[in-house]
Design a protein around this ligand. Structure first.
Ligand SMILES: Cc1cc2nc3c(=O)[nH]c(=O)nc-3n(C[C@H](O)[C@H](O)[C@H](O)COP(=O)(O)OP(=O)(O)OC[C@H]3O[C@@H](n4cnc5c(N)ncnc54)[C@H](O)[C@@H]3O)c2cc1C
Length: 436
C-alpha cells in the first residue's frame, strides 16, 4: 500500500501566517489534515526579522524580538517546547531605571536561592530613599494584588481604575510598573491602563517577579523547523483574499494564484485577518474592534543609549523621560542571552526615542501588536462563539484570540483551542490525561 495514500486522503487545510500561532496550529493539525502554510515574509514569520551579528570572527543569529517567558504564565508554550525538544535557559533580566537627565532612579538585581528568588537594590540604589520607597510600595502592591485576585470582580475594572482604587504607590507605578508593562505589552501607558484589571493581575501575580525569566537556548532557528515538519510552507506568499466557495474556502494570493481548501486557519493579527476575508461581514466587524499599537525595535552596538554610571551594569535599562507616553527599553543581549556572553556588547532597544548612531545600527524593525480592552474582550468572545457553529470552516487564532496579554502563551493557547475544535489531539494534554 502506498504510504502517502493516507495523507492524500486527509482533508486540506491552509494556515495563514507563521508567527508562533500559525506554527503551533500547523504542528497540532498535521495528523488530521494536509497542511499548507502561507507566509507573506521571505522567511517563516517567527524568524523573519532575525539578523546575523559578527563578533570575534563568529557569526551568530540575533532574534528580533528577543522572546522571553516564565513558568507560571506560559503553560502551553512550555509544554509545546518540551514536546518538540526546544532547550530553554534562564536569563538575567535585572534592571536599571533612569529619567530624562540620565539620573538613575532605581537599580535592582535578583538573587536565586534554591527555588526562592529575591530582588534587591544595587549600586547607589542602596543609599537612595526613593529606591527603598519603591521597594516598599512594590511589596505592598504585590501582596494586595495576590489577595484581590481571588476576591474582587476585577473584570469590571480597568487596570488604571484598579491602581487608583488599590492606592498603589505613585513612585512604584510611574517608575517601575507602567514602564515594565508598557514594554511587556509593547504599547503606551494609556493602553496599559485600559487593559482589564484581571488580565494584568493574572500576569503580575503568576510568579514572574519571583521565579525569573527564560528564553529558548538556541533561538528561533531551532524552533521553527521543529514545528513545520510535514507542512508545505510557502514563504513570500501574501494572501489577499479568503472567501466561501461551495463547501470549501477559496484562498487567493497577491500574485493571483487561487486554491481551494476544506478549512482555513488565519493566524495573522486581527487587522490583517480582517483585510483578507470576504463574505464574513459579522466577523470582520468584530475583528475591527481589536485595537493594536505600532512600535519599533533597533538592534545596535551604541553604548551611549545607557545612562553613563550604568554602562555595563545591568541587562535591562529603562529610560523614562517625564511626560513620555511609553518607556524606551534597552536589553544588553550579551548579559541576557547565555550564548552571546563575552561578545562585543549588542543591544535591542524597544521604542528608541534617542538617536542611535547609524553606523552602529544592524537593523530597525516596525511591529504592530494587539492590546486588550473590555470591549475587545467582548469581540473576541463573540469571535470564539462564531467558530463554534456547526459547519464552520474559517478559524482564527493568534495572540489576540485568548483572554490574556497578547504574548507567546496567548498565541499558543489560541492554536490549541482551534486544534481541539477541529478534533486534533493535543500531545501534552493527552500525556497528562494518561498519567492521571
Ligand atoms: C517588540 C516585541 C517584543 C516582544 N517580546 C515578547 C516576549 O519577550 N515574550 C513574549 O511572550 N511575547 C513577546 N512579544 C509578543 C509576541 O511576539 C507575540 O505575542 C507573538 O508574535 C504573536 O504571535 P502570532 O502568531 O499571534 O502573530 P504574529 O507573530 O504577528 O504572526 C502573524 C504572521 O502572519 C503573517 N501575515 C500577516 N498577513 C499575512 C498575509 N496576508 N498573508 C500571509 N501571511 C501574513 C505575518 O507576516 C506574521 O508572520 C513581543 C512583541 C513585540 C512586538
Amino acid at each position: 500500500m502506498d504510504p502517502d495514500a493516507n495523507h492524500r486522503h486527509k482533508p486540506s487545510l491552509a494556515v495563514i501566517g507563521t508567527g508562533i500561532a500559525g506554527l503551533s496550529a500547523a504542528y497540532l493539525l498535521k495528523e488530521k489534515f494536509r497542511v499548507t502554510v502561507f507566509e507573506s515574509q521571505k522567511r517563516a514569520g517567527m524568524g523573519a526579522h532575525s539578523v546575523d551579528y559578527v563578533s570575534n570572527g563568529i557569526t551568530r543569529k540575533i532574534d528580533i524580538p528577543l522572546r522571553i517567558f516564565c513558568r507560571g504564565y506560559y503553560e502551553n508554550l512550555l509544554a509545546l517546547y518540551d514536546h518538540i525538544g526546544v532547550e530553554i535557559v534562564t536569563s538575567d533580566h535585572s534592571g536599571i531605571f533612569s529619567d530624562e537627565t540620565d539620573r538613575v532612579m532605581l537599580h535592582y538585581g535578583n538573587v536565586h536561592w534554591g527555588p526562592a528568588h529575591f530582588s534587591h537594590p544595587k549600586g547607589r540604589s542602596w543609599l537612595s530613599p526613593k529606591a527603598w520607597a519603591i521597594g516598599l510600595q512594590s511589596r505592598r502592591f504585590f501582596t494586595r494584588a495576590k489577595r484581590d485576585m481571588g476576591q474582587l470582580n476585577l473584570a469590571d475594572l480597568s487596570f488604571g481604575e484598579y491602581l487608583q482604587q488599590s492606592g498603589a504607590g505613585r513612585d512604584f507605578v510611574e517608575t517601575v510598573l507602567l514602564p515594565m508593562m508598557s514594554v511587556t505589552c509593547t504599547c503606551d501607558y494609556q493602553a496599559v491602563r485600559a487593559y482589564p484589571a484581571d488580565i494584568m493581575l493574572e500576569y503580575l501575580t503568576c510568579g514572574v517577579r519571583e521565579i525569573g525569566i527564560m528564553s529558548a537556548a538556541k533561538g528561533v532557528d531551532d524552533i521553527v523547523p521543529r514545528m513545520l515538519v510535514e507542512a508545505n510552507l510557502r514563504t513570500d506568499c501574501p494572501v489577499a483574499l479568503i472567501e466561501p466557495h461551495g463547501q470549501q474556502l477559496r484562498v487567493v494570493t497577491k500574485d493571483g494564484a487561487d486554491e481551494r481548501f476544506d478549512h482555513v486557519v488565519i493566524a495573522a493579527q486581527a487587522q490583517q485577518a480582517a483585510a483578507m476575508i470576504s463574505g464574513f461581514d459579522e466577523r470582520r466587524a468584530l475583528l475591527d474592534r481589536i485595537p493594536f499599537e505600532a512600535s519599533s525595535m533597533s538592534v545596535h552596538t551604541d553604548q551611549t543609549i545607557l545612562p553613563a554610571p550604568a554602562q555595563g551594569l545591568s541587562p535591562v535599562s529603562y529610560h523614562i523621560p517625564q511626560g513620555s507616553s511609553r518607556a524606551e527599553v534597552s536589553v544588553d543581549l550579551t548579559k541576557a542571552i547565555a550564548r552571546l556572553a563575552g561578545q562585543e556588547t549588542i543591544f535591542q532597544t524597544w521604542n528608541p526615542m534617542r538617536r542611535i548612531a547609524p553606523n552602529r545600527e544592524l537593523a530597525r524593525v516596525d511591529f504592530t501588536r494587539p492590546t486588550v480592552t473590555r470591549d475587545s474582550r467582548k469581540a473576541v468572545n463573540a469571535l470564539r462563539e462564531s467558530q463554534d457553529q456547526a459547519g464552520n470552516r474559517l478559524w482564527l487564532c493568534g495572540s489576540y484570540m485568548a483572554e490574556k496579554i497578547p504574548l507567546l502563551e496567548a498565541a499558543v493557547d489560541s492554536s490549541v483551542a482551534v486544534a481541539e475544535q477541529l478534533g486534533a489531539a493535543i500531545p501534552w494534554k493527552a500525556s497528562a490525561a494518561t498519567a492521571a
